[in-house]
Write a protein that binds this ligand. Structure first.
Ligand SMILES: [Zn+2]
Ligand SMILES: [Zn+2]
Length: 365
């Protein structure tokens, strides 16, 4: 694409454009990329909690002490600001970022896996991930796909690998043909129709397998496994040089450990499917809880192909995950409603329950 040369950026580009313009195809970036400069008056907003007054609001001093104090304040401020601006959540050694609002957009990014689950409206942070896993064709999950492919090309990133349920292949190919015809762009991607039961090697130490979910249209989730090879028991007595000679002739077992599972939209039926046990014992399960309260009950959630938070509790015994990251809350709820509902649930579930509410927009706020 030759679009870049014809674009004239305004003198103060959007932060996302600024961020992406720094991209190197070889270096996956992490977010947030650039923190906007903040005037000193913002000191007032962040309390250190140690009764330490900030230089911007405290009494003026002169000399050496004043310099030291200013440096300390600056450091404290930077720390406070970093907390406030921190996006995403750290869970079980993985950093998750994303935006997920039921019916509006869902995209969860895991930079250490170089992966995004669903693409929502293609948030900027998803663009640098080489692997994209699409769960189903509702637009709040797949709508940003052409933009994802086009934006990667715009920044000279390599064509992405996009996994889809096989039943979508023909239509997704048609979709890209139409966009190619309209835009005259190549829109290169490696489209992989991966079926439940199949395995794809993303890296020599990571593989992915889809699993069955239950929604109002065809859907599937994905489990990402770490993979290591271990010497078979009968060879453990051998010396290093002997092992080296034998290595090519299959003397190792492949050990797969489920790390991260993503369901996308689903009813709780996926929990009782015996073949989904890996999703329920992945270190982190990312799933949905579209409804939280009595106004819309479990019956309503099931009718629309979703889960009610109460079902997490009802099925608590089946979750072997270390953490459950909840997404896809209906926009009728405020962030505080979500926080309260999860606080009530947490003592009854052994897994740590975390809500992904970054970028969350409620229709009431
Ligand atoms: Zn959805
Ligand atoms: Zn859906």
């Amino acid at each position: 694409m030759q679009i870049l040369s014809s674009i004239s950026f305004p003198s103060t580009p959007f932060p996302s454009l600024l961020s992406l313009s720094n991209l190197s195809p070889d270096l996956p970036f992490s977010f947030p990329l650039c923190a906007p400069r903040t005037p000193a008056s913002d000191f007032v907003s962040y309390s250190s909690g140690r009764g330490h007054s900030c230089s911007a609001v405290g009494p003026k001093r002169s000399g050496f002490m004043s310099v030291i104090e200013r440096a300390m304040d600056e450091e404290e401020y930077r720390r406070a600001r970093a907390e406030v601006q921190k996006k995403g959540v750290d869970v079980e050694g993985y950093f998750f970022e994303g935006i997920s609002v039921g019916g509006h957009e869902t995209c969860v990014v895991v930079p250490s896996l170089n992966a995004a689950f669903d693409i929502g409206r293609c948030p900027a942070r998803a663009v640098s991930q080489d692997f994209l896993f699409i769960t189903h064709a509702h637009l709040d999950h797949i709508g940003g796909l052409p933009m994802y492919v086009a934006t990667r090309s715009l920044y000279s990133l390599k064509p992405p690998t996009v996994f889809i349920p096989p039943c979508l292949k023909e239509n997704v190919e048609k979709l890209f043909e139409i966009h190619r015809a309209m835009s005259h762009d190549e829109l290169k991607l490696n489209l992989v129709a991966l079926d439940v039961g199949e395995t794809y090697e993303m890296r020599n130490d990571i593989v992915v397998r889809p699993f069955r979910t239950s929604h109002v249209i065809p859907s599937q989730g994905y489990v990402i496994y770490s993979m290591r090879r271990k010497l078979k028991k009968q060879y453990t007595h051998l010396k290093g040089t002997q092992i080296k000679k034998l290595k090519l002739s299959g003397i190792t077992d492949t050990i797969l450990s489920p790390e991260v599972a993503f369901t996308g939209d689903t009813t709780s039926d996926f929990i009782s499917e015996p073949r989904n046990s890996d999703a329920l014992r992945a270190k982190v399960l990312i799933t949905e809880a579209t409804f939280l309260d009595d106004e819309f009950d479990i019956g309503h959630a099931r009718l629309h192909g979703h889960m009610h938070l109460r079902e997490i509790l009802e099925h608590a015994q089946w979750f072997r995950n270390k953490a459950i990251l909840l997404t896809h809350f209906s926009s009728r709820y405020k962030v505080e409603d979500i926080r309260q509902a999860i606080l009530k649930l947490q003592p009854k579930v052994s897994a740590k329950v975390v809500a992904l509410t970054e970028g969350f927009r409620s229709s009431y706020s």
